[in-house]
Design a protein around this ligand. Sequence first.
Ligand SMILES: [Zn+2]
Length: 113
Amino acid sequence: MSEETTEVNIQEPDRYECRACGYVYEPKKGSSAGKIPPGTAFEDLSPGWRCPVCGASKPQFVNVGPTEGPSGFKENLGYGFGVNTLTPSQKNILIFGALALGFVFFLSLYGLR
Ligand SMILES: [Zn+2]
């Protein structure tokens, strides 16, 4: 596995939330109201930049971290492991059921002779 080398340097930019009104500045989206192009980090905004909603200044913003995890990844973890979601007793039923079937099959073969 050499996956660590490929994406280790790609970091989600931190988002900043306005403590005054709850507006969240998303670096990936920028701010169309403030004429900020997408991909502009909050740190790179001019010191005079203000919240496009309420006009609060930059120090009013608090770092709320990058976007929540890779979208859809957690949901997908639940799928594809159908057998593993069975309880141990359900597995036993499956195993003993298969054994019983095999035994009956063996007996019927034996009985044919
Ligand atoms: Zn605001």
